[in-house]
Design a binder for this molecule. Structure first.
Ligand code: NAD
Length: 512
């Protein structure tokens, strides 16, 4: 507690934080409706935020629109400088912010630091990108004409984020959106608003050092109702939403109704195929970290192991042995591998899923249970469990955001791939094999149908250099690396005639 209190003090968190924030603590109304962030680690209140009022929402949009006219005029490489400074600020505060993320969300301290590292990495990426927002030049079919395409910013980018990556997901979006010349409006998860308050303060201090106006980065608070207000507002050109598939369907419908743009990063149901040619010693830590890391609350958590019958029994034994060594407890204690689930609702869905597995006829190699470490006073800690299931079970087709691992047997690779693809989600996947043919089939068009397909590493822990996202009910969006930036810009095709004629395309004649 002393440690976390000094972190909170150093980060300058107030007991009550404003409902919207430019990062300074002035000129802000604190609405009567409040959200209090409670740490799942020990059930202590961290601080509160106000839910944005309708009037304040209008003020934020006005401020953001005004800021956009200034920000879009700044050359992209100069915008990159701002992101460079933000990355440096994050380097300075990595330990404190990482600790707060761990305390507010419940992930291990190492994972909290890792999340801030991801923010630093995306800032570096954005700096490079600021000189690489390339368009193509195209040969015109008309003589003495030049064609090219260029990319312009969209305006206000709305970011709706999930609780499990309270800061990294925002930074993937914000770093790219900003470098592309947009301004951002962020509504973090109502379960982790305080980490967001800190991010906003840090970025605002950088913007102020560059003598930039308020409104380039905006933070507002509230739950689904505020998210829905954003999605229905046509002044927000793009909504980038990360969360459950249920939320994604609501967002997609609302934004489509106004023909706006979306980036959707939704639920996963990720599988690892362990073939008879796998190196089981590497498969084991990859599977265990994938299943229990962040207490199974990553969109890329490994939820299903599809194991070849020849190595099934051997791997099962190794897995059960490894699960016995997992330390569960205070995530701020670096000896623990796994912290709590986010809240009581998460515990309930963990318990409901365990019941559903039993009802369908599954059996447990490691039984699940809820427990309450006496020294912490929180009852949101659970035992990660392993269930043996049949691929035909319904329950394994839904994502339960908890450390429940399903294991099942297969005979042929075609069958394994069919099992792996036979779920509505399509985020991450992996195959563990030393057999080149198996690996290549898995990566081919008839292999994994996911946005991420790995060989000999697990399903979680993506790097920011690659585009991140998934297919089917995962929503189809891509964030971070390669060409993801294009989703934050609008494309314009330009044709310039430097002749004295006015030839028409397709050889059409129109003589006057
Ligand atoms: P959630 O869907 O409950 O909430 C996510 C965000 O959406 C929150 O900010 C919430 O307030 C908002 N929201 C909820 N309903 C809304 C609506 N109708 N309109 C607008 N906004 C709405 O998700 P969660 O429990 O915070 O996060 C867990 C989920 O997120 C999991 O399904 C996980 O797989 C997914 N996730 C996906 C990715 C990815 O990149 N694919 C990354 C992280 C988490």
């Amino acid at each position: 507690t002393t440690k976390i209190h000094s972190v909170i003090e150093r980060l300058g968190i107030s007991p009550i934080n404003p409902s919207w924030s430019t990062g300074k603590n002035d000129d802000i109304n604190v609405s009567s409706k409040k959200i209090t962030s409670v740490s799942p680690v020990d059930m202590q209140d961290i601080a509160s935020v106000g839910v944005i009022s309708d009037d304040d929402f209008e003020k934020v949009i006005r401020t953001a629109k005004a800021a956009y006219t200034i920000w879009r005029d700044i050359p992209a490489p100069q915008r990159g400088q701002v992101l460079r400074d933000f990355g440096d600020t994050l380097r300075k505060h990595k330990k404190d912010l990482g600790t707060l993320v761990s305390y507010e969300m419940g992930k291990s301290l190492q994972e909290g630091y890792g999340e801030v590292q991801e923010m630093i990495d995306i800032c570096d990426f954005a700096v490079g990108l600021s000189r690489q927002l390339y368009g193509l030049t195209i040969h015109s079919e008309r003589p003495n004409h030049r064609m090219y395409e260029q990319w312009h910013p969209l305006g206000i980018v709305g970011i709706i984020s999930a609780f499990n990556f309270p800061v990294a997901v925002w930074s993937w979006n914000a770093a790219l959106a900003l470098v592309c010349g947009n301004v951002c409006l962020w509504k973090p998860s109502e379960k982790t608003p305080i980490s967001a308050v800190v991010c906003q303060k840090l970025l605002s201090s950088v913007l102020q050092n560059h003598e930039l106006p308020d409104g380039i980065s905006n933070l507002i608070h509230g739950g689904a109702e505020i998210g829905s207000k954003m999605t229905n507002d046509s002044r927000i050109a793009l909504i980038s939403a990360t969360g459950s598939t249920k939320m994604g369907k609501a967002v997609a419908t609302a934004v489509a109704a106004r023909l706006g743009k979306t980036i959707l990063e939704l639920g996963g149901n990720n599988a690892m195929i362990i073939t008879a040619d796998a190196d089981l010693d590497t498969a084991l830590p990859a599977a265990v970290f994938g299943a229990v890391g962040t207490a199974g609350q990553r969109c890329t958590s490994t939820r299903r192991l599809i194991i070849h019958e020849d190595v099934y029994e051997e791997f099962k034994k190794k897995l059960v042995g490894a699960y016995k060594q997992i330390n569960i407890g205070n995530p701020l204690d670096e000896n623990n591998h796994m912290g709590p689930l986010i809240d009581k609702d998460a515990i309930q869905s963990y318990l409901n899923t365990i019941e559903a597995i039993k009802t369908e006829g599954g059996s447990f190699l490691v039984e699940g249970k809820v427990f309450k470490p006496t020294e912490l006073g929180s009852d949101t800690y659970v035992q990660p469990c392993i269930a043996e299931v049949d691929p035909s079970f319904d329950i394994i087709k839904t994502e339960t955001f908890a450390p429940i691992l399903y294991i099942m047997k297969y005979k042929t690779l075609d069958e394994a791939i069919q099992i792996q693809n036979n779920v509505p989600q399509g985020l991450s996947s992996s195959i563990m094999t030393l057999n080149l043919r198996e690996a290549e089939v898995f990566l081919s068009h008839k292999g994994s149908d996911c946005g991420i397909a790995n060989v000999n590493i697990g399903t979680s822990g993506a790097e920011i250099g690659g585009a991140f996202g998934g297919e089917k009910e995962t929503g189809g969006g891509r964030e971070s690396g390669t060409e993801s930036w294009k989703a934050y810009m609008r494309r314009q095709t330009n044709t310039i005639n430097y002749s004295k004629e006015i030839p028409l395309a397709q050889g059409i004649k129109f003589d006057l």
